[in-house]
Write a protein that binds this ligand. Structure first.
Ligand SMILES: *[C@@H]1O[C@H](CO)[C@@H](O)[C@H](O)[C@H]1NC(C)=O
Ligand SMILES: *[C@@H]1O[C@H](CO)[C@@H](O)[C@H](O)[C@H]1NC(C)=O
Ligand SMILES: *[C@@H]1O[C@H](CO)[C@@H](O)[C@H](O)[C@H]1NC(C)=O
Ligand SMILES: *[C@@H]1O[C@H](CO)[C@@H](O)[C@H](O)[C@H]1NC(C)=O
Ligand SMILES: *[C@@H]1O[C@H](CO)[C@@H](O)[C@H](O)[C@H]1NC(C)=O
Ligand SMILES: *[C@@H]1O[C@H](CO)[C@@H](O)[C@H](O)[C@H]1NC(C)=O
Length: 456
């Protein structure tokens, strides 16, 4: 199967190349199949550009440099060709010219610098990587790349690069970004969490504290958080977790027009790259979700630590909805308020358990994932030993997602409650008692620390 598939891919690739020669557009595959990753240290001046272009072609011949490290290649292809190829498979189209591009962060890996973007509806668009040295002088001619997967751009590495940016025209305007080091020998964390982008008016402080303290008790060591909008009051506690080193924040600034929920996709893409190499396992879940182990004795960390099969790259948990019938309180009022209002204390009425895969949530090894979606991995990288990476499902007898679903927000109760009731009639369930005492204590402690002396 694998072989036939590869064969078909190669045929398509060859056809594309032939098509390219006929249409005289060599930019479709700017790099040869085996091209070095440290190349093109050519002059920047406009006058020399044609020479520089020639020298780029010359340098792009097979080189021993990359052959020395097989991990540069993906499925036997130059990784940049492979990316382009995935886009072609998906959209059957060549890269289009973007009208503009807004960048987010840049991360340097062993074989590439990956830049994340925020511009909406810009998948499969042509962009140029722009490299700057210590003195902010541009290095070499811009490298043509593309936005694929959505919100992600891969740039070849160049010696001496200190900052990088993206432009839509070859010599167009760009904002340089500093580069985050992801050339790590081994992951810093075993288990982290990507929290879905924060937006909307509902007060978040208590939901947020409970989420963090819940996952900390489950062994989560680090939280990656995207904020599109949060109130100043909520930011107090978020910033306090930044202060204690548990939470890292990326802010998302709107430069297009989109509904707030579309920021979830930017969160998935940026977090895929942000966590890659820094953590072994990453939970992708929302503020109002509590993944926990049911009859498995141990924490989520214990559970992922026994996954030894390197082919397993995603662990998927089924969903149970807990009916959240009120909005969260706006301000902290003390311990007694928390006993009443912590979601785990307040809401118990629960749906049946969603069928396998239905709005499920995953814990993934982001180094093995090419495209991530909210509920599953859309595409894994090809595994290195000819087998495939796989997603496994956790039985509800072992673990579940408790999702405190607000019935009024997004009109969920009217639109979706019906279909979830098909999975079973409402019944009361509880947050695991083994953790409830400690959770409550930790939530109270942090809330008091941050808000007890809040005057405004
Ligand atoms: C090749 O890459 C692997 C991991 O990607 C790395 O551990 C190794 O040191 C690299 N080898 C060379 C010769 O650069
Ligand atoms: C970028 O281009 C899009 C589509 O052409 C346009 O709607 C948007 O306003 C532009 N954004 C910026 C920040 O220029
Ligand atoms: C690892 O998992 C894969 C996919 O489920 C399976 O094919 C393979 O046999 C497993 N390897 C071991 C050593 O269990
Ligand atoms: C490689 O192959 C072996 C044997 O089928 C398997 O157990 C292992 O998990 C595979 N995957 C990786 C990524 O090593
Ligand atoms: C856990 O095990 C008990 C006893 O076997 C069973 O009644 C219960 O349904 C299980 N819980 C879950 C969530 O599967
Ligand atoms: C939900 O169920 C009620 C009662 O069965 C029905 O009248 C209504 O049309 C359903 N709504 C949707 C959106 O399916």
């Amino acid at each position: 199967m694998q072989r036939i598939y590869q064969f078909i891919l190669i045929i398509i690739l060859l056809l594309l190349l032939v098509f390219d020669i006929f249409t005289n557009k060599p930019e479709l595959f700017p790099s040869s199949r085996i091209s070095p990753c440290y190349t093109e240290s050519s002059p920047t001046s406009g006058k020399l550009e044609s020479n520089a272009e020639k020298s780029e072609k010359l340098i792009n011949v097979p080189s021993t440099l990359d052959l020395s490290n097989k991990s540069y290649f993906i499925d036997g292809f130059d990784r940049f060709d492979w990316y382009q190829f995935q886009l072609f498979r998906k959209t059957n189209d060549r890269p289009k010219t973007a009208s503009n591009i807004s960048t987010l962060y840049a991360y340097e890996f062993e074989h590439e610098i990956t830049v994340t973007t925020t511009s909406w509806k810009r998948m499969g668009h042509r962009v140029y990587c722009r490299y700057l040295d210590d003195n902010n002088i541009e290095i070499g001619i811009p490298f043509e790349s593309l936005t694929y997967p959505e919100y992600i751009v891969s740039c070849k590495k160049r010696d001496g690069t200190k900052k990088i940016g993206l432009s839509v025209e070859k010599n167009g305007d760009f904002f340089p970004l500093p580069i985050i080091d992801r050339m790590l020998k081994k992951p810093k964390y075993e288990l982290s969490m990507c929290v879905a982008s924060i937006y909307g008016d509902e007060p978040k402080w208590l939901m947020f504290i409970e989420m963090i303290e819940h996952f900390k008790l489950q062994g989560v060591q680090h939280f990656y958080l995207h904020i599109h909008h949060a109130s100043e009051y909520d930011m107090r506690v978020i910033n306090d977790y930044v202060r204690t080193g548990e939470v890292e924040v990326h802010y998302l600034i709107e430069r297009d027009m989109r509904a707030d929920n579309h920021w979830h996709m930017v969160n998935l893409a940026d977090c895929l790259i942000w966590s890659r190499g820094e953590t072994k396992w990453t939970i992708f879940a929302d503020l109002d979700e509590r993944i926990y182990m049911t009859n498995y004795t141990g924490t989520i960390l214990d559970y992922v630590q026994v996954v030894k099969n390197e082919s397993i790259a995603s662990i998927q948990f089924r969903q149970q909805w807990i009916m959240k019938t009120e909005l969260m309180p706006p301000k902290y009022e003390g311990d007694r308020q928390l006993d009443k209002w912590m979601p785990t204390h307040r809401w118990h009425s629960s749906s049946g358990i969603g069928p396998p895969g239905h709005t499920a949530k995953c814990i993934v090894d982001t180094s093995k994932v090419f495209i991530m979606f909210i509920h599953y991995v859309t595409q894994f990288f090809p595994a290195t030993n000819g087998s495939n990476y796989v997603q496994i499902r956790v039985d509800p007898e072992e673990g579940l997602v408790r999702h405190y679903r607000d019935l009024s927000l997004g009109d969920w109760g009217r639109k979706w409650l019906n279909s979830t009731l098909k999975f079973g009639a409402l019944r009361d369930t509880d947050y695991p008692s083994a953790f409830l005492g400690k959770l409550t204590e930790n939530v109270k402690r942090r809330a008091k620390y941050v808000y007890d002396n809040y005057y405004d």
